[in-house]
Design a binder for this molecule. Structure first.
Ligand code: FAD
Length: 513
């Protein structure tokens, strides 16, 4: 294995990890990925696309305004403007790598519309196959890049510090389960989201916030953990049989928001279009639509998405295939839908260069909290965020003098989570679309006991989310408290850290300006 302490270790093989590795080259990079490249990354499942103000009627500041509106007071204006401003160049970069985005007959990029975007600005590929196409393009580029060494089937378990507390490497398990220590001049965590902590999720089931646990145990500050986005229209079917058949997990397939952008309508079992009187109707912000569907289902009304449109086969081939695999024909009959954990707005708190609060540690993609998404992510802003920050992180690392330290020996490996099924059921029931103090307190107590007993990452991350949700006595963006339904007058972030990294009960959460 070609690895020296001068190397940058990037953990994760989704858009964030791959783009960061490519931007870092020709610096030497070791890319550590738990699964084979191209598999088990949420990136590959993205259907809608990438937001970029490219239309003649659009401007980056309009994109930034939509981002701030969705973020419900916690998106940072400077970050939103900077990322929206970087979007056209990020698309150019992907085009330069050979990404075959969909185009109009005149050759310009075809732009889709999604909820809460005031303009058509969603760049897409293969209809609703954007994530797959982008992941394939980035994977090919990484495989062709001599500076990047890919370690597939390797799982990062612990960040290692030098004597001064600077991140100096990562302890990993290789494909055979052997312990390997990778020294590094810098580590970039790009491990994705945490929908797999929930039973109802659109995420790969391996997305359980392992990067958050790594960073927290290294002393990093995490921010806004309570903000989980529930996608309103996951298909209420038995999962994705194709993924299950290929040995992968079977999360809920997604009926992309772009369907509603193109006119699909929501109905309850009585045939009522229950979004009719809600501002924005089916294109209201995701949390509004998710709660409306949740309320219908709680009242005993199943919900369907009527996406019967004449060109659904050509415009949404991925959705059609997922439906057919579950015995549905969306061209003839509505699709049963319900909300599912989809995206984590919170994450490792980073600055404008993607630096965490721990020297030597950067974070990129869904695992990071950059200040872009605030309390609620605007659709199709997450692939964009990862692409934008990948470039800024790489420039920051390259501009720093390499001073690799000597990493401390790793601790014994953490156990797998024996209580995974219980944690997922608990998170669905008590830390889901609608929360209240009693349920959150009960969940925190149980998760604290599990974290104490098992010392695993899943219960630690689930506990940290629950504590943050309990402390936020208001409703804002993706976080809804039935016992505090109104937003507080002043929007505050929450910050979480471990007082004692070895003791999960020592999760500390506070609200900050
Ligand atoms: C169904 C679906 C549709 C979506 N549609 C869109 C969309 O249209 N537009 C949009 O902008 N966003 C969309 N999103 C969100 C977006 O896809 C994700 O936020 C984004 O892809 C996250 O990229 P990432 O690189 O941070 O994480 P991922 O793509 O999830 O990659 C994480 C990587 O980290 C690896 N990993 C995890 N833990 C470890 C570990 N301990 N050691 C080593 N490797 C590890 C995983 O194996 C994986 O390779 C969608 C998400 C889903 C689930």
């Amino acid at each position: 294995m070609n690895h020296s302490p001068e190397t940058v270790v990037v953990v994760g093989g989704g858009v964030a990890g791959l783009a960061t590795a490519l931007r870092l080259a020709p610096l030497p990079v070791t890319l550590v990925v738990a699964a084979p490249l191209g598999v088990e990354a949420a990136t590959g499942w993205a259907q809608g696309g990438i937001a970029a103000a490219l239309g003649a009627d659009d401007r980056p500041d309009l994109h930034a305004i939509d981002t701030l509106t969705a973020g419900a007071g916690l998106s940072q204006p400077l970050v939103a403007r900077r990322v929206a401003g970087a979007a056209p160049a990020a698309i150019d970069w992907l085009v330069g790598l050979g990404t075959p985005f969909d185009r109009n007959p005149n050759g310009s990029l075809a732009l889709g519309l999604e909820a809460a975007h005031a303009r058509r600005r969603i760049v897409h590929a293969a209809g609703d196959g954007t994530g797959r196409v982008v992941l394939e393009t980035l994977t090919q580029a990484v495989r062709a890049c001599p500076a990047i060494h890919v370690m597939e089937g390797w799982r990062a378990g612990e960040l290692l510090a030098d004597a001064h507390g600077r991140t100096a490497g990562v302890a990993v398990r290789d494909r055979e389960g052997r312990a390997v220590t990778l020294a590094a001049r810098a580590v970039v965590v790009a491990t994705g989201g945490l929908g797999g902590l929930y039973g109802a999720t659109t995420n790969p089931l391996g997305a359980v916030g392992s990067g958050l646990a790594l960073a927290a145990r290294a002393g990093a500050v995490l921010r806004d953990l309570e903000f989980v986005q529930f996608h309103p229209t996951a298909m209420a079917v038995g999962g994705d049989p194709e993924r299950a058949a290929s040995g992968g997990p079977a999360p809920m397939p997604l009926a992309t928001e772009a369907l509603r952008g193109e006119g699909a309508r929501l109905f309850n079992a009585r045939g009522e279009r229950f979004m009719e009187d809600v501002p924005g109707r089916e294109l209201a912000p995701r949390d509004v639509v998710a709660r409306a569907i949740f309320a219908e289902i709680a009242a005993g009304q199943d919900v369907v998405l009527d996406a019967r449109m004449k060109d659904i086969e050509t415009r949404f081939p991925g959705v059609v295939a997922l439906c057919r695999a579950n015995g549905l024909d969306p061209a003839r009959a509505p699709i049963p839908v319900r909300p599912a954990a989809h995206y984590h707005m919170g994450g490792i708190k980073v600055d404008g260069a993607g630096r965490s609060s721990v020297p030597g540690l950067w974070a990129c993609g869904e695992v990071a909290s950059t200040g872009l998404h605030g309390a609620n992510r605007l659709a199709s802003n997450s692939l964009l965020e990862a692409l934008a920050y990948a470039e800024w992180i790489a420039a920051d690392i390259a501009g720093e003098e390499a001073s690799p330290g000597v990493a401390r020996a790793p601790s014994p490996p953490r156990p797998r989570s024996p209580a995974r099924a219980e944690i997922r059921a608990l998170m669905d029931r008590q830390v889901g679309v609608v929360r209240e103090a009693e349920g959150l307190e009960a969940a925190a107590k149980r998760l604290g006991a599990l974290a104490d007993r098992d010392g695993d990452d899943l219960s630690l991350v689930a506990l940290a989310i629950t504590e943050a949700a309990l402390r936020r006595g208001e409703s804002r963006g993706g976080h809804f408290r039935a016992d505090h339904p109104v937003p507080a007058a002043i929007a505050r972030h929450s910050e979480t850290r471990l007082a004692d990294p070895q003791a999960a009960q020592a999760v500390e959460t506070r609200q900050v300006a």
